[in-house]
Design a protein around this ligand. Sequence first.
Ligand code: OFO
Length: 174
Amino acid sequence: MKSSLIRQRTSLQDSILEELNKQMAIEAHSCAAYLSMSAWCHVQGLVGCADYFKKQSGEEREHQLRIFDYVTSMGALAVSPEVRGVEANFEGLRNIFELALDMEIAITERFNFLTELCHKNKDYQTAKFLQWYLDEQMEEEENARRCLELFDLITPANDGLYQIDKAVAKLNAE
Ligand code: OFO
């Protein structure tokens, strides 16, 4: 490869690059996990929830690519992640909602950690880039929490599941 084609790394420090690549892998895992939840909902006939989780999956892919674009635009190497350990079977819809909320809370904690790391290393540019994710996580956690609330508000007998499915479908439109 001609050396003129190799881009110079700029201000992105190794420790931050490593964590951003790790975060891309986490977003890719969330993307696959939501798609798996969507598939499960589909075979249960819960099409509203299936559409909701499919949309969530697409958003996680966008989150991954946003980091990919940032890392590459900084002249550093973005690593395309391998995705493993995606659950395909679930105990029920409530279990899925609980897993989704846990996943989003864990991701919020990751972005808090990443932002703190940037401040410690005086990388204010990446800290600014991460602010979008912190805002996004508030919304993601709120939706995941709302799904669980719906489950508790509407008795999950058979007709209750139908109502939950319709109510979750509306979250997509908001
Ligand atoms: Fe990308 O973690 Fe949810 O939003």
